[in-house]
Write a protein that binds this ligand. Structure first.
Ligand SMILES: CC(C)=CCNc1ncnc2c1ncn2[C@@H]1O[C@H](COP(=O)(O)O)[C@@H](O)[C@H]1O
Length: 256
């Protein structure tokens, strides 16, 4: 790497007598004085260094809220599932069965299948957690969330889904659900998480996706045939909960 010549240094930096470069500050101004200056504009809250602090605070807030929830399973699925849709009832049943098995239920805190799982957990007297996300078409946390944490950033929120759960149950969904599913699959594939069951509910919905992965991705050598075993497909909430509880979640419940 070549030494900075001056032509590639941003203008707010000033060459120092010792030869290096330092951010230029107005004469007589110190960091303390600038911090205490009430007249300054609030533009700084939209700068990247400030955002880093906000991102950091989301992790702190999430870790604080969730560190002692005990064993938990994250449940994903469409935000658009209506209560009259059979997938909604599956979500309620998954939430209820997980609560009865002694684990907390974590969802995205929104409507549809998230609401269903929170509802099942809550009605069964379990710990019902919602990790909400700020969206332009904000709907707020669903009414069945007992412990809610709000996030601005998807990536901070996604860390919590994995960090505080011992497995995933995935109901039919759209792009958001696929995003969460594939993130988990990659974490298992790359051994970032181990012993992490991922159970997909509804074979009619999920089988074509797995068939495409097998017939196209595996056939082209882009994923290993063994990678298909990262997920398991079932058709009932009972099977889903039995499978997801047979891993680390079940062990943690037994330990408790
Ligand atoms: C009606 C509507 C679109 C509301 C959006 N409100 C939401 N609130 C909370 N999490 C969400 C929302 N939309 C998407 N997500 C995230 O993405 C997944 C669902 O996205 P999708 O509907 O499958 O693509 C959920 O598991 C959730 O974590």
């Amino acid at each position: 790497m070549s030494a900075p010549t001056g032509s590639n240094i941003p203008r707010r930096f000033k060459k120092q007598p010792y030869g290096g470069w330092k951010k230029d500050t107005p004469a007589g101004s110190t960091a303390d004085a600038r911090l205490l200056d009430t007249q300054r504009s609030s533009d700084f809250t939209h700068t990247d260094p400030w955002r880093v602090m906000r991102i950091q605070s989301e992790f702190v807030q999430g870790f604080d809220a969730l560190s002692d929830i005990g064993p938990a399973i994250s449940v994903f699925g469409s935000a658009r599932t209506k209560p009259e849709n059979p997938h909604y009832q599956s979500g309620v049943d998954v939430g209820r069965l997980l609560a009865e098995a002694g684990v907390a239920v974590i969802t995205g805190g929104g409507p549809g299948s998230m609401e269903a799982a929170n509802r099942g957990a809550s009605e069964a007297g379990g710990l019902s957690i919602g990790l909400g996300i700020e969206l332009p078409f904000e709907q707020g946390m669903n009414q069945w969330v007992g412990l809610g944490v709000d996030f601005r950033y998807f990536f901070a929120r996604k860390t919590m889904f994995v960090k505080y759960a011992q497995g995933f149950v995935v109901l039919p969904g759209g792009l958001g659900t696929l995003d969460e599913l594939f993130e988990a699959m990659v974490l298992v594939q790359t051994s970032k998480v181990t012993q992490f069951p991922i159970v997909l509910v509804d074979s009619a919905f999920w089988s074509p996706l797995l068939a495409w992965i097998k017939d196209t991705m595996v056939a082209e050598g882009l994923v290993s045939p063994g990678d298909l075993d990262i997920v398991q497909i079932v058709d009932t909430p009972e099977e889903a909960v039995a499978l997801v509880m047979s891993g680390k979640a079940g062990l943690r419940v037994a330990e408790g």
